[in-house]
Design a protein around this ligand. Structure first.
Ligand SMILES: [Zn+2]
Length: 422
C-alpha cells in the first residue's frame, strides 16, 4: 500500500510526464554562504534539502568542494522536479548529475564524469607590425577571428629571442608567419600546441633580414633550427620570465631606493606579481635565500663557470631546495618585490667566472647541433616548411597539414590531442 504523499507524488509525476516538456534551465552563479540545498530551494525544487542530501551522498569530493562563490551550476528542472545538474570543474571536465524522476523517492541519481575531447590541427598565421599593433603580442591579435593565443606568442619570443630583440628591434613593416598546432574544443581555440615553423622578416627599407626556424625532434626533445641546421636556441633562455617589458637595463643608474648611482649589474624584467620565473638553463640550486637587497633570491650554478641569479621573488617554487638540479625553463620562483624593489619585477644576473655580464649581450653557446645521422630527415623537413614559408600565395591550411613523405612531420599530422584537464 502506498502512503498518501507517495501517491500524490506519483500522480504529479504522471501529470508531469503528460505535460509537454517545459524544462527550465538556469546557469546559477554560486554566492557566498550558498549550500546545495539552499540553491535548490531558491530555484523552487521540491524537497530540496532531501535532494541535496542524496546528491551529496553519492558525489565525489570534486563535486562536494565545487560549491564556491563565483562558480556556475547548470540547473535543469521541470516544475518542482530537478532533472539535471552540471558542475563544470574545468574547461574540459564537468560532472553531470542526472535525476530519474519517473521513479519514486528516493529517486535514481546518476553521476557522470564528462570529459570533452579536444583536437589538434595545424594552423597558419601571418602578421604584420603596424603603428597600432606595434608589438608581436598586438600583431598576434588582429581580431577575434585571426589571433594567436598568448602561449604561442611566448613561444615565438623564446624561439627567436636570441636572433631578434623583441624589445628594441621590432619596427613598423616587420612581418611574420607561423605554422603551429592549435588545440580546439567545440571549434574554439583553447591554447596553442607547438610551433612547427616560423619566419620573422625585419624590414629595414630595402633590406629584409629573414629569420626562419623549424622544429625538429631529437631523441624526443623538440628543438628549433634555422634552414642551415644551426640551432636558433641557446643553452640559456634569453628571457627567464614570460616575455615582459625590460624596465631597467644593464648599466649605471640612479638607484631609486638607495638614492645613489649604482652600476646595475643585471637586467630587470617588469612583470606582474606571481608571474613564474624560469631557470635560464640546466643547473643546480646553490643559493635559496633572503637578504635585504635582493629579497628572496635564487642562484643557480651552470656549466662552464656560469651562475645566474633571480631576485625580488615573492616566493620560491614548491620543492625547490639547495643542491637540487633544475632544468632549463623549470619554474624556480615567482615575481615579487621583496628586498630593494619599487614594484614587482625580476632582477636577473648572469655571472661568468665571478664577473657580472649583461645577460642580453653575452655570447651564449648554441645548443644541440644536427647530427650527421639526422641530416637527411632534417633537410627533408626543412625543405618542406621552407616551400610553405616562402610561398607568395595565400596558404591553404589543407596543404599545410598534408603529410610530406618520410619527414618527421609524419608524426605531427592532425590528430586528437591528448585528453588534458586544464
Ligand atoms: Zn635590478
Amino acid at each position: 500500500m502506498l502512503s498518501l504523499p507517495v501517491r500524490v507524488f506519483t500522480l504529479v509525476m504522471l501529470l508531469a510526464a503528460l505535460i509537454p516538456c517545459h524544462a527550465k534551465v538556469i546557469n546559477y552563479k554560486v554566492k557566498r554562504g550558498d549550500s546545495l540545498s539552499k540553491i535548490l530551494y531558491g530555484v523552487g525544487i521540491a524537497k530540496s534539502g532531501q535532494m541535496a542530501h542524496q546528491i551529496d551522498k553519492i558525489s565525489n569530493r570534486q563535486i562536494r568542494n565545487y560549491i564556491q562563490p563565483g562558480k556556475y551550476i547548470y540547473i535543469q528542472s521541470e516544475g518542482p522536479f530537478l532533472q539535471k545538474l552540471i558542475f563544470k570543474v574545468s574547461t574540459l571536465k564537468s560532472y553531470e548529475i542526472v535525476i530519474d524522476n519517473t521513479v519514486n523517492f528516493p529517486q535514481k541519481i546518476k553521476v557522470k564524469e564528462v570529459i570533452k575531447e579536444t583536437y589538434k590541427r595545424i594552423a597558419y598565421f601571418s602578421g604584420e607590425i603596424t603603428k597600432e599593433n606595434n608589438s608581436i603580442y598586438k600583431a598576434g591579435k588582429v581580431n577575434s577571428e585571426k589571433f594567436l593565443t598568448d602561449d604561442v606568442i611566448d613561444q615565438m619570443a623564446e624561439i627567436l629571442g636570441w636572433r631578434i630583440d623583441f624589445e628594441k628591434d621590432v619596427r613598423v613593416g616587420d612581418e611574420f608567419k607561423l605554422i603551429y598546432e592549435e588545440v580546439l574544443l567545440d571549434n574554439q581555440k583553447l591554447f596553442g600546441g607547438d610551433i612547427l615553423a616560423i619566419e620573422y622578416n625585419q624590414v629595414r627599407g630595402n633590406n629584409i633580414k629573414k629569420h626562419q626556424a623549424i622544429m625538429f625532434e631529437q631523441d624526443g626533445v623538440k628543438r628549433y633550427f634555422d634552414l642551415n641546421g644551426e640551432s636558433v636556441q641557446k643553452a640559456f633562455l634569453r628571457y627567464p620570465v614570460q616575455f615582459s617589458r625590460i624596465s631597467s637595463k644593464f648599466r649605471a643608474r640612479y638607484h631609486p631606493i638607495l638614492k645613489r648611482w649604482k652600476a646595475h649589474s643585471g637586467v630587470d624584467f617588469a612583470a606582474p606579481r606571481g608571474t613564474p620565473v624560469y631557470a635560464a638553463g640546466d643547473g643546480r640550486v646553490i643559493e635559496k635565500k633572503y637578504n635585504k637587497g635582493y629579497g628572496y633570491y635564487v642562484t643557480l650554478q651552470h656549466n662552464n663557470g656560469v651562475k645566474t641569479r633571480y631576485a625580488h621573488l615573492s616566493r620560491f617554487a614548491k620543492g625547490l631546495a639547495r643542491g637540487k638540479y633544475v632544468s632549463k625553463k623549470q619554474t624556480i620562483g615567482y615575481v615579487g618585490s621583496t628586498g630593494y624593489a619599487t614594484g614587482p619585477h625580476l632582477h636577473y644576473e648572469f655571472i661568468k667566472n665571478g664577473l657580472k655580464l649583461n645577460p642580453l649581450k653575452v655570447r651564449i653557446p648554441s645548443a644541440h647541433p644536427i647530427a650527421a645521422t639526422e641530416k637527411l630527415d632534417f633537410t627533408c623537413l626543412a625543405n618542406y616548411w621552407a616551400d610553405i614559408l616562402n610561398s607568395k600565395f595565400l596558404i591553404d591550411p589543407i596543404i599545410v597539414s598534408r603529410k610530406p613523405g618520410q619527414c618527421q612531420l609524419n608524426r605531427l599530422s592532425t590528430d586528437r590531442a591528448r585528453k588534458k584537464s586544464i
